[in-house]
Write a protein that binds this ligand. Structure first.
Ligand SMILES: Nc1ncnc2c1ncn2[C@@H]1O[C@H](COP(=O)(O)OP(=O)(O)OP(=O)(O)O)[C@@H](O)[C@H]1O
Length: 787
């Protein structure tokens, strides 16, 4: 029993914290308003204003985000010291003494997550403070240095953790800063700079850990915010589900995207078969594309001739082949190497033209000499004729640039060059490649070629990594652009340094630009003023490279998608989370080593999460026959509510599904129910559910915050609901070669209850592990039986 005193005591402290945060907020808002009001002025004043604006608005966002659950813990140390832990760091108004609140990411906060009775880390008591709004509703203490090791040893703040896990779901993922567990904390704070793989079964907190690691790195590595963090998820529904976690932690500079969204300007909405997508995802496609580009550089087998003015110019295959060799030897991508090719061709044409002209002049001279010899012309006239400017003096070295320019701008010459080495966009290259099976090359089998050939129009998700690969191979001739950008940036840095020098001469207690930034960051900020956030700029720029990339459900990525992501992160500072057993995409990874070896060899680190926080033990016991070789993570809790299944006929399934969904919906309070169905039955069964529950959400972008949602099994990946009702498990099992994994994902989405309706006999995979129910009201009876 907890007496009221600790609650009162903590309330007093928490209220004091909120007062301080309110005052910081008011102060920051006032400064922001002041900055926003200022207009015009010198360039220097504008730079200072932009800097202050972005700093104050960031600070205000962090203060606003900390409103809920501002303070959630207290550490009492054996030596009498005390620390309060919360979402942000808060210092006293005087700026002196210990902080009033320590940011959960600070080193000092670590014992809150990792101290145990076995290794108390100097902590006497760990207190979880639970608040509702600004009110403290309970506290929960653990004494760590008392010599007793409790049954829940291994879990930090067991009561607070279980309360969080039992709470109803809202359709949006929540942060877990108050109840992070030690194994999760050590991954979040890992100082590993390269690729960190986080492996774990369903519900082990992989997604939560990945997002908290992003927040931690942004706190711990100050330069990272400017480079940006990319979080890649498997689909748009999942990204909406996790979308509030980082803003809720005060971090907004993170781009959340699916792979399909990573080629700016392309909307990947073309539908194609799983087999085609799988074929497009294989690494061999990189070779196919490289060959496709080479094909477009192939020298002709016969002479190419065209007219230039009155001359007929000819390019023989040997000349073209030499130019191709020189261009390829440059090592530049196709479109940039084109300049080398064009130079070589124009050089050759200019030589040919000079040679033709010389021959013409020789011929003319000979003719004139003959005429003169035949005519009786005196010496003086002969001398005058010899002094005339003959054409060979027109095409001398000084004239060559003009001649080259004339050649290069001549339409016939350009048409000929375009045919030999065309400038290509990634879209053109791919359209042409897929339009003609002869272009598809020897790396692919006949059946693979058949999967890829198609009529033009639109792009699929699996096309995006191919477009990106093509963009790399083709390049974009941006030398002039880059030189100009480098020059402008150097000017901005010099200018910004001047501003900082002046700004740092202010009064000692005034916040100045120099306190916040160095000249380089200031210069970049200044450039960004009309460009919104780092995330928005990164989203619009295919060549943006991120400081850190997080991939959730990383097992879903094809080899071609891995290549794209590696290009976005040359530093290879990455956190990859996933469960290879949950791969449903046939192009996805079956082992981490296989996926990563081509990019980082064996230079990656593996961490493991071992506890299932989502799925209760009763439901985990039901999946043992589904994937018998798999060792599932241990559930942290039991609910006492076993899953159930019910036999029906195929004809009766839709109506029965609607009825059971409605019955469960009525029992949900404010929780969430998902009806998970085979992908190809989604429209039909969603319509059926809506006859009983008209507000049930479904479709390609269902609103997960509605109480009932009907999802295809692939859409359910990564999500969770209080209750799950699965329809037609046999169809899920047989829909794809990875059907077992799909049913495994579906069954592990529930935090409380699971029901399964199967037309005909139950599939053997669940027949013995899930109890059959024959009554009309299984939800009610099972819940009643458990009371
Ligand atoms: N330390 C924790 N405190 C409170 N809740 C937690 C904790 N760890 C995980 N959870 C909760 O457990 C649930 C599962 O977490 P999460 O979705 O991150 O798991 P996952 O491993 O990504 O699952 P899956 O691979 O099955 O999609 C979430 O509701 C998450 O908030």
């Amino acid at each position: 029993m907890i007496s009221q005193d600790p609650i009162k005591r903590e309330q007093a402290y928490v209220s004091r914290l909120y007062r301080r945060v309110d005052s910081l907020r008011a102060d920051t808002a006032a400064r922001l308003a002041e900055v926003s009001r200022g207009g015009g002025g010198t360039a220097q004043a504008r730079v200072e204003r932009d800097v202050a604006f972005s700093e104050y608005s960031g600070k205000l966002a962090r203060l606003e985000a900390a409103e809920n659950g501002l303070c959630f813990g207290r550490l009492d140390f054996g030596d009498g010291g005390q620390l309060y832990i919360g979402r942000i760091g808060v210092s006293a108004a005087s700026g002196e003494g210990d902080p009033l609140l320590v940011d959960w990411r600070a080193r000092a906060a670590r014992p809150f997550y990792v101290a145990t009775a076995a290794v108390p880390e100097g902590v006497h008591r760990r207190r979880h403070i639970v608040t509702r709004g600004r009110r403290v509703v309970s506290v929960d203490d653990e004494i760590l240095d008392g010599g007793e090791i409790s049954a829940g040893e291994g879990l930090a703040g067991e009561a607070a953790l279980l309360a969080a896990l039992d709470a109803g779901r809202t359709g949006l993922m929540r942060d877990i800063v108050a109840t992070l567990q030690a194994e999760q904390d050590s991954i979040i704070r890992s100082d590993h700079r390269g690729v960190l793989v986080v492996r774990g079964g369903p519900g082990t907190g992989k997604t939560a850990v990945a997002l908290h690691r992003a927040a931690y790195l942004l706190y711990d590595r100050p330069g990272l915010a400017a480079q940006g963090v990319l979080v890649v998820g498997p689909n748009a529904t999942f990204l909406r589900y996790i979308g509030q976690v980082l803003p809720g932690l005060g971090e907004t500079g993170v781009l959340l995207a699916t792979v399909a969204e990573l080629f700016p300007g392309v909307v990947a909405d073309r539908v194609e078969s799983a087999a085609t997508a799988e074929a497009k995802g294989r690494a061999v496609m990189a070779e196919v594309l490289a060959s496709a580009v080479k094909d477009r550089q192939a020298p002709p087998g016969v002479d190419v001739s065209f007219t230039f003015g009155t001359e007929v110019l000819r390019l023989d295959p040997g000349t073209c082949a030499d130019a191709v060799t020189r261009a390829r030897a440059s090592g530049l991508p196709h479109n940039r190497a084109r300049a080398v090719f064009v130079n070589a061709i124009i050089d050759q044409l200019a030589d040919d033209l000079a040679e033709q002209t010389r021959r013409l002049v020789d011929h003319l001279e000979a003719e004139v000499a003959d005429v003169l010899a035949e005519a009786d012309v005196d010496n003086a006239v002969q001398n005058d004729l010899a002094g005339l400017p003959w054409p060979q003096e027109i095409i001398d070295d000084a004239d060559r640039p003009d001649l080259r320019r004339a050649l290069a701008s001549d339409t016939a010459v350009r048409t000929a060059i375009d045919a030999l080495w065309p400038e290509l966009t990634p879209q053109q290259l791919l359209e042409d490649l897929f339009a003609d099976r002869r272009r598809l090359g020897p790396q692919l089998t006949e059946s693979e070629q058949s999967l890829l050939v198609r009529t033009p129009g639109g792009w699929s998700t699996a096309d995006v990594p191919l477009l990106d690969e093509a963009a790399e191979l083709l390049g974009f001739d941006d030398r002039a652009f880059r030189a100009q950008a480098a020059h402008e940036r150097a000017q901005r840095v010099a200018y910004a340094q001047g501003v900082l020098d002046v700004a740092s001469n202010g009064a000692p207690d005034e916040l100045t630009a120099a306190d916040l930034l160095d000249a380089h960051r200031l210069a970049d900020r200044h450039q960004d003023t009309d460009q919104a956030t780092v995330a928005e700029r990164a989203a619009a720029d295919r060549e943006w490279t991120f400081g850190h990339v997080i991939v959730d459900e990383a097992q879903e990525l094809s080899q071609m998608a891995w290549r794209l992501l590696m290009r976005r992160c040359p530093s290879r500072s990455m956190t990859l989370v996933g469960d290879v057993a949950q791969t449903s995409d046939a192009a996805g990874a079956t082992s981490w080593a296989q996926a990563l070896h081509p990019h980082v060899g064996d230079r990656w680190r593996l961490s493991q999460l071992s506890v299932n926080y989502r799925t209760p033990a009763e439901i985990m016991a039901a999946i043992t026959d589904l994937l018998p070789d798999l060792e599932p993570p241990k559930s942290v809790r039991e609910t006492g509510v076993p899953p159930w299944r019910m036999t029906t006929s195929a004809a009766a399934l839709p109506a029965l599904l609607a009825r059971h969904a409605a019955e469960e919906a009525a029992m949900l309070d404010d929780g969430r129910l998902a009806v998970i169905v085979p992908d190809d039955r989604l429209p039909e069964l969603a319509t059926a559910v809506r006859t009983a529950l008209p507000h049930a959400a479904s479709g390609s972008h269902p609103d997960l915050t509605t109480p009932i949602v009907v999802l295809g099994v692939k859409q359910a990946k990564g999500l969770e609901f209080d209750s799950v009702l699965i329809a037609d498990p046999a169809a899920i099992l047989t829909a794809s070669p990875r059907g077992h994994y799909d049913l495994y994902v579906a069954m592990t989405r529930a935090t409380q209850r699971l029901g399964i309706l199967h037309p005909g006999q139950a599939p053997a995979e669940i027949a013995h592990t899930v109890r059959e129910h024959t009554s009309d009201h299984p939800w009610r009876e099972i819940s009643r039986g458990c009371r």
